[in-house]
Design a protein. Sequence first.
Length: 295
Amino acid sequence: METTLVILAAGLGSRFGGNKQISHVGPHDEILMEYSIHDAIAAGFTQVVFILKADMVELIQSTIGKRLEGRIRVDYAVQDDTTLPSWYHRPEERTKPFGTVHAVLCAKDVIRGPFATVNADDYYGKEAFVIMHRLLCSLQSASDAAMVPYILGNTMSENGGVTRGICKIVDGKLLDVVETKNIQYAPDRSIVSDGGTLTPDAMVSMNMWGFHKDLLCRMQTYFEDFLKALTPEDIKAECLLPVMVGEFLAKGGFTVSAEPSPDKWFGITYQADRQVVIDQLAALHQSGQYPQQLY
């Protein structure tokens, strides 16, 4: 079965201060998303799709794309206004992308099978891709989906607030997900957000979702409804995968299998996170979990 890894790499990276997705962090100048691709190939994925800003395509093709030749099918998609409905006109004041649902839809013409999404600036760990590949192969229709959640305490940044989808999971099924912003450590090391205190063992979404290819049609309708509901002055709203999944669950007839990863997440949200990621990746190479060079 063909299985696709969709890498969400078109974010502006404003908190990081640049294109964090293409920051060199491995011991041989590897980019963080290369670790996801390496682990996905080992797990059995047959295609990778990069969703990029237009000015990043040539760079990714000439670096990561070139290194992947002969290892996995590689396709590229650009998240831009050409994929917006013809009846919608972006407000001149809006500079933000339209979110991760729109990002996936920009790749709908090249996705070849059931697909998983991951953030370009996150390290997910080897086991997460093994779990997700197995879950993808079990999807029967657009009514079935999958996710690999993480323990909140394993996904924090020491350098500022983060956004996570707080998940309610019962008997291996996701019942609800609530997008929660500004999650950070309080001075006493408790975990707090704008909505109050959170438990360190809460299950959270890190955008590692798995969908049947047939869901893309429903996603298109959902995104167009999102655009229709926008007011002219609403120039920052984004159409996000966790919110979409939560609304599909609330309507019923939609099932999300959830199997937590035992891996520890790390990623680049802020400039200060970069050195932490460099050190953690170096340790993984030194311990033999990754070869001296990925490719």
